[in-house]
Design a protein around this ligand. Sequence first.
Ligand code: GLU
Length: 446
Amino acid sequence: MSAYANNVLEMLKGKYPWEKEYIQSVSEVFKSITPVLDSNREYQSNRILEQLVEPDRSISFRVPWKDDQGRVQVNTGHRVQFNNVLGPYKGGLRFHSSVTLSIIKCLGFEQIFKNALTGLRIGGGKGGSDFNPRGKSDNEIMNFCQSFMLELSRHIGATIDVPAGDIGVGGREIGYLFGMYRRMNKSFEGVLTGKGIAWGGSYLRPEATGYGVVYFAEEMLKNIDDNMDGKVVTVSGFGNVSWGVVKKVNELGGKVITLSGPDGFIHDPDGVTGEKVDYMLKLRLSGNDVVKDYADRFKVKFYPGERPWDIPCDIAFPCATQNELELDDAKNLVKNKVKYLVEGANLPVTLEGMEFLENADIIYGPAKACNAGGVACSCFEMAQNANFMNWTEDEVDNKLHQVMKHIHDQCYEASAEFNKKGNYVFGANVAGFRRVADAMMDQGLS
Ligand code: GLU
């Protein structure tokens, strides 16, 4: 790491020693950008890194709501507006018991570069709450969302900050949040993405992250004259991203043999196809977070408390959550001769795991490049809302495909420019950073 980046990282560790996840995401980017900092000293003289690591603002707030027994419950909400030099703050809301300000800053920092890579007009932000939707009734979810929006609405707007879904926030939650915003502001505007088709949503938004991940993978494969046909694929998670990945891999002739949840993973050697893919939707809607149901129903093996990284495959798609693939998992994958690792979840691999994989003989696609299809489609939703128009499914799919190819090519070219051809982790960090840093320099101290 360059001395400049290292100094800023040490400063950050001294200032926020408890924000471990946030410091992890900053270290990951800083490790890659040394040659860029060396080749352009103006980044240092303008103190671009010091400016980048401090969000424009972080808002934390109380969210009181009543449960079905009439008891008062209190959660904490956050919205971190990180950087808007390229467009309105954009990024999801995560409702999960693990949410802290550090996790939101970690994901928000990552989001800046992800959004920059899309080439679209979106800045970086992220938000959420430690509210756990698991086991809650519809009424409780609505109470919570309305209370959350009561405060959040002061800080967002169609050209200011446009939140979307993430873990624990899907179409239902976006509906309750949007309804409350509309009522409070008397205005029907594209202030959230992931809306229902009938009220301002975009075709393919639910599938877009997963489809985008596979479009990116397809480009990686094509680049070395390979293709998806006949590939054996392991996937973790069972939510939105995994579902989109499974659908698209099947379409391209690959075979998905695993899915996972917080309870363990299932191994389905015949492949997750047909009614099994639809069953993934049912599992998600059940709000139960268990994949054992899939094993019981389709009579396949269930491994309680384990992750699927010991199962031999050609391509691994971690699509569940951050830090779900550790050093030992990475070693197992390589031992079993995995050829590609493509990240669907945000930051799914630990720093140690990443370091190992970067030096192993595999092709590695990082989340900020591979899973940018979701946020890209959100930006398409904003464009449609701004014009009071709806694009067809084919139009959205074509544009999504173009954006993913553009991201792939930018990452590849950046890796080649610095003699690291095919190192997509490096290429994504460099290409994303340069776009944001240059816009910051153009716009001066602001
Ligand atoms: N939560 C998604 C992500 O991590 C989507 C964000 C958005 O659509 O704004 O990129």
